[in-house]
Ligand binder design. Structure first.
Ligand code: 13P
Length: 263
């Protein structure tokens, strides 16, 4: 029996306007101040301009607000960028690091992703690190070597990453498996494919950080997760949560997934 929480995280990417975000938060507030026993932990990753207002709106709920990206430095002449400290002061508690859209659209290397993870940790933001293979890599049967490389590059450069629970029993970071071929394509990984990758990732973590650390680390799946497939994905032994893009943009489907994934 594992004690990892079930996490449902909505990554809104570059979508929604302020009024949409606010109406969405009102829907989530209806979940109540205290999540029912067995209810998933819920997180939202809005665009940076809405972190502050969403955090305020959701202050008395258990919904957490995170950032989709951050700059590795804490301040300075970096026009258009946002630092971990700024995000934290705006109310963010989590930050996505190394989402494949950042790796591909902005040429983010494993080194840069690791620097962002370190910056998040230094500021008290919890990193949710994203890894995943492309279709070409899967077809070339390179999935495991790609995942191993992404994980080892990160663990090798981020001494602060530990999967042991924090002193208060809370989480310290999370890992998201997002196969690039499944993102936004409707081609959801089968539960078996997701479990295979998650099992492999947990082994990699165990080999580096130890069995206890690997057991405590939440592993989320992302890639065309939706109400019709969320239960079969979450039923897998090593799938502890979902990082949801498209289906998180509509409060009805997101709330439906929250309900379906509660125990
Ligand atoms: P979709 O759910 O739209 O495939 O996006 C997944 C994702 O990239 C979440 O970070």
């Amino acid at each position: 029996m594992n004690s990892r929480p079930t996490i449902l995280a909505g990554n809104w990417k570059m979508n929604l306007r302020r009024a949409d975000a606010s109406a969405f938060a009102d829907q989530l507030r209806a979940l109540g101040p205290k999540a029912a026993q067995g209810a998933p932990m819920v997180m939202l990753f809005p665009s940076a301009p809405f972190i502050s207002s969403l955090s305020d709106q959701l202050r008395h709920t258990e919904v957490l607000v995170g950032a989709q990206d951050l700059h590795p430095e804490s301040s300075g002449a970096h026009t258009g960028d946002v630092s971990a400290e700024q995000l934290k002061s705006a109310g963010a508690t989590w930050a996505l690091c190394g989402h494949s859209e950042r790796r591909h659209d902005h040429n983010e290397s494993c080194e840069l992703v690791a620097a962002k993870v370190n910056a998040a940790l230094a500021s008290g933001l919890l990193p949710m690190v994203c890894v995943g293979e492309t279709l070409e890599q899967r077809e070339a049967e390179a999935t495991e070597s790609v995942l191993a490389e992404q994980v080892s590059a990160m663990l090798g450069a981020c001494a602060g990453l530990s999967a042991e629970p924090a002193a208060d029993g809370g989480l310290t970071w999370a890992l998201a498996y997002e196969p690039v071929w499944a993102i936004g394509t409707g081609l959801t990984a089968t539960p078996e494919i997701a479990q295979q990758a998650h099992g492999f990732l947990r082994q990699q973590i165990a080999a580096t950080l130890g069995e206890g650390a690997a057991r405590a680390l939440p592993l989320l799946y992302g890639g065309s997760a939706k109400p019709s497939n969320c239960e079969s994905l979450i039923a897998q032994a090593d799938v502890d949560g979902l990082l949801i893009g498209g289906a998180s943009l509509d409060s009805v489907s997101f709330l439906d997934m929250i309900r379906r994934c509660g125990s």
